[in-house]
Design a protein around this ligand. Structure first.
Ligand code: ADP
Ligand code: ASP
Ligand code: MG
Length: 403
């Protein structure tokens, strides 16, 4: 079998952990499999590199940021290759560009265009374990790019897709995908299976365990993923198109605390205003999430919407001139906010999910500021300080009394 195994930063944080990963990888190799390994930077390396750059310039050139951040993965691939060799198995490490990762040119958020896997294939044919740096590729200018935080998951899925791997395993520091972050919610349950769609929602709504682009790609190419622990041998979670388990009402609860809300007060209540505001936001390459427009009164209306927290200031700058010219009395960026969501394919066919969620928040005396729903999710915006309590209360409401 051709197996792709991905190990996150905590799984390779120090020498002992690298040796542990090497044992998992070499065991699989000795069983006769072809093994391609994708690794992230060790522990907090990526955060530390970002901090180093900020000491010099908080708005450093993006090309140079990618050059810097890509170095973290170079350390872990070489150490892991040495560890595999030490355990008696031939291994070779490859940077993203050596492994054939070609991306678009958007530094820090590059998208993979293709993986030219000839080199990986040639090394596998030489009976080597191939260890690839996650999170990075090369653009058309032959410059190094990175794929966005958590991007190594996507690197692994891209290799699995382009090489038609038989198995794609994502090893991490928890035993699988849970009904909520197991580090925050002690009674969270491990899911044996989850659909791509539900996982995509959970990942997008803040469950860090898989990067949402990796799930999107897995769905597109019909790749089944397995999320499992690198530290404990236990069955993990299968992420697949259709699950065998009966549709659960709710699959999980997620929170996102890195959002900002832009509030514009006093825009004219006339056609084309919302269009212009969001066209300016789009031109600034900012993704908009929950949008709310007030009912018009006295010829004016208010618009609020959420964006990623890091894009808050940039968004205000992009719309300020237009909004002020149109008579807006204030434009605020509020970051004291969190989004808490419940996800589950079951809610398409069952009523009462929303009221149950709101009851849980009322029980915890948490005020809901905004509500947004889609077929398989309900999200609320609340004060950031209440986020952890909200997740616990909502999780308890849905999962505490079930067997
Ligand atoms: P890695 O370094 O392996 O990529 P991450 O830190 O990116 O690991 O993701 C794993 C973390 O995701 C876990 O330690 C856990 O705290 C967090 N997490 C958040 N939501 C969930 C969830 N629903 N199920 C499992 N883990 C979750
Ligand atoms: N090292 C990168 C990060 O910390 C990529 C990853 O971990 O997937 O975001
Ligand atoms: Mg990760």
């Amino acid at each position: 079998m051709l197996i792709v195994k991905k190990f996150g930063g905590s799984s390779v944080a120090d020498a002992e952990r690298v040796m542990n990963v090497a044992r998992i990888v070499t065991d699989s190799y000795r069983e006769g499999h072809e093994v391609v390994v994708v690794v992230s930077a060790q522990g907090d390396t990526t955060d530390d590199l970002i901090a180093k750059a900020r000491e010099i310039d908080p708005n450093a050139n993006k090309r140079e940021m990618d050059m810097l951040l890509a170095s973290g993965e170079q350390i872990s691939i070489s150490l892991l290759a040495m560890a595999c060799e030490k355990l008696g198995c031939p291994a070779i490490s490859l940077l993203g560009w050596q492994a054939g990762f070609r991306t678009d040119s958007k530094y820090s958020v590059a998208r993979i265009k293709k993986v030219k896997a000839e080199r990986i294939r040639a090394e596998l044919d030489k009976k080597k374990i191939v260890i690839v740096a996650g999170f990075q590729g090369l653009n058309k200018y032959d410059d190094v790019t990175t794929l966005g935080r958590g991007g190594s998951d996507t690197s692994a899925v891209a290799i699995a897709a382009s090489m038609h791997a038989d198995l794609c395993q994502i090893y991490t520091d928890v035993e699988g995908v849970y009904t909520a972050d197991p580090r925050k919610v002690p009674n969270a349950r491990k899911l044996s299976e989850i659909t791509h769609d539900e996982m995509l929602e959970l990942a997008t709504l803040g469950a860090q365990v898989l990067n949402n682009r990796s799930v999107e790609m897995a769905k597109k190419y019909g790749i089944e993923l397995e999320v499992l622990s690198s530290l404990k041998k236990a069955p993990g979670t299968k992420v697949k198109e259709v699950t065998n388990v009966e549709k659960m009402l709710i699959t999980g609860v997620a929170k996102d605390t890195s959002i900002a809300r832009i509030e514009i007060v006093g825009l004219p209540d006339s056609p084309g205003v919302a269009f212009k505001v969001f066209a300016l936001v789009a031109q600034a390459h900012v993704n908009v999430d929950i949008i709310l427009q007030s009912v018009g009164r006295d010829g004016t209306k208010d618009i609020s919407f959420t964006v990623p927290e890091n894009d808050g200031a940039k968004t205000v700058e992009a719309i300020r001139e237009y909004c002020e010219r149109k008579g807006a009395t204030s434009i605020n960026c509020d970051t004291d906010l969190a989004k808490v969501s419940v996800v589950g394919a079951g809610m398409e066919t069952h009523e009462g999910v929303a009221s149950k969620m709101f009851e849980a928040l009322a029980d915890a005396n948490i005020n809901i500021q905004t509500i947004s729903t889609s077929e398989i999710k309900i999200s609320v915006l609340i004060d950031r300080k209440d986020a952890d309590r909200a997740v616990l209360s909502v999780h308890d409401k849905f999962f505490d009394n079930e067997d």
